[in-house]
Design a protein around this ligand. Sequence first.
Ligand code: ADP
Ligand code: ZN
Length: 521
Amino acid sequence: MNAKEALKNFFGYDSFRNGQEHIINSILNGKDVLAVMPTGGGKSICYQIPALLLSGITYIISPLISLMQDQVNALQALGIRATCINSAISVPEKEYIYKLISENYYKIIYVAPERLECQDFINFSKTINISMISVDEAHCISKWGQDFRPSYLNILNFINILPKRPIINAFTATATEEVRNDIINIMQLIDPEIVVTGYDRKNLFYKIEKVSNRIKVKKNEFIINYINKHPNSSGIIYCSSRKEVEELTEILNRMRFSVTKYHAGIDQAIRKKNQEDFIKNNILIIVATNAFGMGIDKSNVRFVIHYNIPKYIEDYYQESGRAGRDGNLAECILLYSSSDSIKNQHLIRNDSQQENMSRNLKREQIMSHYGKTFDCLRNYLLNYFGEKRSMPCNNCSNCNRNQQFIKVDKTEEAKTIIECIESINGRYGISTIIRILRGMKMKGNKSDLNNNPKYGTLKGSSEKEIRTLIDQMIEENYLKRVDREFNNNFFPVIELGDNLPIDEIENIRLGIPLLNKYDTD
Ligand code: ADP
Ligand code: ZN
């Protein structure tokens, strides 16, 4: 049986996804592999198919016992002889499993990395023929990653004790150079085939819905409307607080939608039941905090709506990525209001355990700009992960909207704004800057601003136009938003960015609805 036949026979799929066939064939040719694939990209099959086709036994090292059990259940349901050995298993059960492995009953064994340090497991492993060791979530080996797990460092010791070195491969969704090098060096992969399939999830449509006043009402209206338009779709709605989860669930229940809820404040047994109801399609929609989702493999999630903006792009990518794992079209919608981003900044500032506050505040700003950018949303996300694209995707709400926009040259206005901010030494926030430029009278300690050289220079522009232009200039790093401390309070002010000097600025363009063009023509 070859890889393609195994795909059809065991899993019922007709074709491979990006990268899968190459990875599988490399392993079958005896090569070590390091594979970087996005969440939902289909990593599991890349080690499960070789595990079935190689002559000996495969160990799959996986960090979470709950995940492990799910994977084993899924494989057993397909008639594949897989099992796991973990601390939830009694000693007699374990002995029995060892016996079945020795008799070649099981092909695939899931273990947590800590298991490789148990003497009885080591002794047993020396007696069987291990063809391959696959390390899932391999970024846990690196101190650079967010989820460093010390016992991953001992995987190599274990391998070295074995009478014969199996094929080793490592899988992760985290792609930074440092992490990749750590994985190769620490696990001592031999001339590995490195396969990076990239972060793009082509079947996901990204959408921003901006809400600026009557925020809660508008968000709820949007969601009710959306569910009404997609009556049979399964989806996740992420909220940032337990309170919002409760409130929204209540509202949606009253509308008689099929909805349940999940957050860490709900009794564990009920939480588990709610999760099962959702995964087994008894209930269509789950409203949840970010406590929900780790290790959830529900393939037919058709939408992920974020009621609030998450803190970082990594969070958004991972949470929204739970949509469309089956490869069919799905939507990722962010309900954006700048007040949610300000709340996140507060949380970051007040988190005393934070090691790197200023870096995290910067990361937060990058997330926040996702809600404001005029550029392709997909490219914005991919760019963050180091994948540069020049062509817009034509499959996100910005691309759709940009097709109805013209870009207008705003370079002169941009220069005026920069000069104005220069003249006030970056001491004021966006509202005051706009007031100066539009020539609005100011009183009290701000009255000297009425004499600013740039006072009234953009009289003809609306408040919204200037605000949009400043936002865009921040995004392109001509300006930056900084928090100034004054009497123990922080105030957001606008300073000059790093992308200057000013005479090099040209071609700052702004999206203006086409309608306006016809209006003025
Ligand atoms: P990852 O571990 O990379 O997040 P999984 O291995 O859990 O992703 O795969 C995600 C989903 O895609 C699963 O439901 C899996 O069955 C499905 N899948 C994987 N490969 C294919 C394929 N070639 N064709 C169709 N579906 C696939
Ligand atoms: Zn796009």
